[in-house]
Design a protein around this ligand. Sequence first.
Ligand SMILES: Nc1ncnc2c1ncn2[C@@H]1O[C@H](COP(=O)(O)OP(=O)(O)OP(=O)(O)O)[C@@H](O)[C@H]1O
Length: 445
Amino acid sequence: MNQILIIEDEEVIRRAVKRLLERNGYQITEAGSVEEAQSSPLASFDLIISDVRLPSAPGTQIIEAAAPVPVLIMTSYASIRSAVDAMKLGAIDYIAKPFDHDELLIVVERIIKQDRQLRQQEFLKSEVDKSYPVRGMIGDCPAMIDVFKRIDKVAPTDATVLILGESGTGKELVARALHEKSQRSQSPFIVFNCAAVPENQVEIELFGHQNEGETRRGGLLAKAHGGTLFMDEVGELSMAAQARLLRVLQGDDYSAQQETSNSGPNIRIIAATHRDIRKLVQQQTFRSDLYFRLRVVEMTLPPLRERGSDIKSLAKFLLTKYCRQLNRPSLSLSRSALEAIRRYHWPGNIRELANTIERAVILCEGDHITPQLLAIDHHITTKRMDSNNPADNLSLEEYFRHFVLDNQDHMTETELAKQLGISRKALWERRQRFGIPREKKGKKS
Ligand SMILES: Nc1ncnc2c1ncn2[C@@H]1O[C@H](COP(=O)(O)OP(=O)(O)OP(=O)(O)O)[C@@H](O)[C@H]1O
């Protein structure tokens, strides 16, 4: 409930204004003078309404003392002069007595709404402008401070880096930061998504085409010459491609040398995977020698649910970003929406949070985002948090499979992808990879 302080020495007027505002849902505190008003905690009010002419000190004295709380000045006669003086001293507005009820209510409502928006905008601006060590990468929690420190240390070296972390935790963002903060920043940063290319195309993509008797050309290794090659989802590489990559990293792949330079490929490799790569090594689906080559430096990004108050800062940052992008006036997140965001498990991490906020901004018709607009499925959270639930022990892959199979009958592909925090293309790819392709309608038994 909005709190208003009324400073007026004429009791009849003060009581009348009080009754009117209370009937309209405001909580009122009264004072007969500036001195009496100052015995209340001024910062706790949403608005102060004060008469100008008061015993001892004029009402305008409260303006500075209460800042940044807005002060609406009442003038006992329509004196433009005292109103102008009050405005010069920082009053938010003035109203001339006698005023009718509706006039006062409209002014009060407008001031409180505008002031709330202004404070929200200022808060968001300070969040957005806050300089984080990596541009556009929000994070203050200890694990992220550690990540930033590592980026600064490792970026200037040519060390191969292996970035681990669940889907959507910012692995590509970190890879880009490593490149931008390195001496290679003026050369290309090439992304190769090992999962998005059919197995038999991986080698051609990386190493290029070669017809018999011709020099090999056109591969991403050549394109990344002098710069950085970011190999996303490296855990998906076939054994043949892994063997080839290992030879490149050891500097003894002759064709890679041929297409890049005489002295060997001048490329920094950064790799990433959301998979448990040590398990892949144990299962012998990922070469241990390649793993050791890649993890000269290893960085693990924490999942969003373990980032404490970063979740709130990220939500607000993303809200501002999408309001700007979608040309919407500033919106705020209601307290219950923030609480819903804090409690949710976020299996798709920051990408899922970004999708959720973007959708809410598009659908929002008021000036704040409610939990309903976020449409967070707490069923997922409950399932994951319940320690007696076998879902606790699911790997991300099993979790994906369960989620898709449980929900595909009542969700569209777009809804499934949004809930999982991945693109429709990634959903399609993972369906193929995990052997659960979307069945055509009517084919189900
Ligand atoms: N700390 C952060 N601050 C702001 N935005 C972030 C942060 N981390 C990630 N993002 C944003 O979240 C989205 C997903 O990040 P990114 O693609 O880097 O994740 P990823 O771990 O590489 O995902 P995947 O494993 O699915 O490839 C991007 O839009 C990125 O800009």
